[in-house]
Design a protein. Structure first.
Length: 346
């Protein structure tokens, strides 16, 4: 907790100076190093059900409180290896047995070593989930109604649509698309109302921002470890982005980054080419920088992940300018560390 207090003191000083975190412009997110083609993962089928995501998250938080090492991705990796990747076999009791073995003094790597596929699942699931659980601080109203900073350990990732704004979705990953050329749908469409605030699921660096004939106004955000690329597309015509957001901006999970719309499917900029307002939300995994674009891209099905993240929605307020911002001041310690490292290297 000492580390958390030190970093928290730093963010309080920044807040007092009126510093907006996403306005900072350090170096780009760290890229995955180029590796021999035989040494990095080429494909991930992320089919973990939301019940298993929920159970492993609760177990990870419980283990942290008990002083045990049980990262959420590693818990899931042990289960997946035991199931041979068939998540239809999932039972909550299997997770309970894992926790019992940890309390008896075993380690997840030791337990996972019983299965030959454990290293693969550990790396693959880590690539999906590593930035989502950890230390953060949030300023919440106390008994007297005044905000007080609280240091917490838990879920740092947010649902892409802010609290108070409805949406619906189904598992549409892989469905056919035909605009421009025939291809598969590599994301999850969240149907909602034009203008609904869209938030950053995870903290990271804005890597892409602007118009694309397929995605319309869109934002691409890279996680600090370089493994995850979040894609938010079809943002609002005429006012797609949060003011001040630009390439190189650092955002924290839960920050408002843009507004739901229906742009895209047009060679002309700022056109509503979609028939129904929605957010296209996608996640790309990057184990080697050669996979960023081209035939080696790895996009995963995020439907179950969105279901899991609905438990954590960013509370927002509307300003006089009509734009929304998060209600409660927030610090993701990994964002503060990234900014510190980037400024130290510059």
């Amino acid at each position: 907790m000492r580390r958390g207090k030190i970093v928290l003191a730093g963010i309080l000083l920044a807040a007092a100076a009126g510093a907006a975190l996403f306005a900072a412009r350090p170096a780009a997110a760290p890229a995955s190093e180029a590796l021999p083609a035989s040494s990095y993962i080429k494909w991930v089928d992320f089919n973990v059900p939301s019940a298993a995501l929920d159970g492993s998250y609760r177990a990870a938080v419980t283990a942290h409180g008990e002083g045990l090492s049980a990262p959420m991705p590693d818990l899931l990796a042990c289960l997946a290896a035991g199931y041979w990747g068939n998540w239809k076999s999932y039972r909550a009791a299997d997770l309970d047995r894992l926790m019992d073995r940890l309390r008896a003094g075993e380690t997840l790597d030791g337990i996972g070593g019983e299965y030959k596929d454990y290293p693969y699942y550990k790396e693959a699931y880590g690539a999906v989930l590593n930035g989502m659980v950890g230390d953060y601080a949030i300023a919440l109203p106390d008994g007297d109604g005044e905000p007080r900073w609280q240091v917490k350990y838990g879920l740092k990732a947010y649902c892409p649509v802010a609290e108070g704004f409805g949406f619906s979705h189904c598992d549409d990953f892989g469905n056919a698309r035909s605009f421009g050329y025939r291809r598969r749908h590599l994301g999850n469409d969240l149907m909602g109302n034009v203008g609904s605030p869209i938030v950053a699921v995870e903290s990271g660096v804005v890597e892409e921002l602007g118009w694309n004939q397929y995605g319309g106004w869109r934002i691409g955000i890279r996680s600090f470890d370089g493994r995850r690329y979040y894609y938010y597309a079809h943002l609002r015509k005429g006012g797609p982005y949060q003011p001040g957001l630009e390439k190189g901006s650092v955002v924290q999970a839960g920050d408002v980054i843009g507004y739901l719309g229906m742009t895209g499917y047009s060679n002309t900029e700022d056109v509503n080419g979609m028939k129904v307002p929605h957010l296209h939300f996608g996640m790309q995994l990057i184990f080697d920088e050669s996979q960023k674009t081209g035939n080696g891209e790895i996009w995963i099905d995020v439907y179950q992940l969105v279901n899991f993240l609905e438990r954590n929605r960013s509370t927002v307020d509307r300003g006089a300018d009509g734009c929304y911002s998060r209600r409660y001041e927030y610090l993701d310690f990994s964002a503060a560390q990234y900014l510190t490292d980037s400024r130290g290297a510059s």
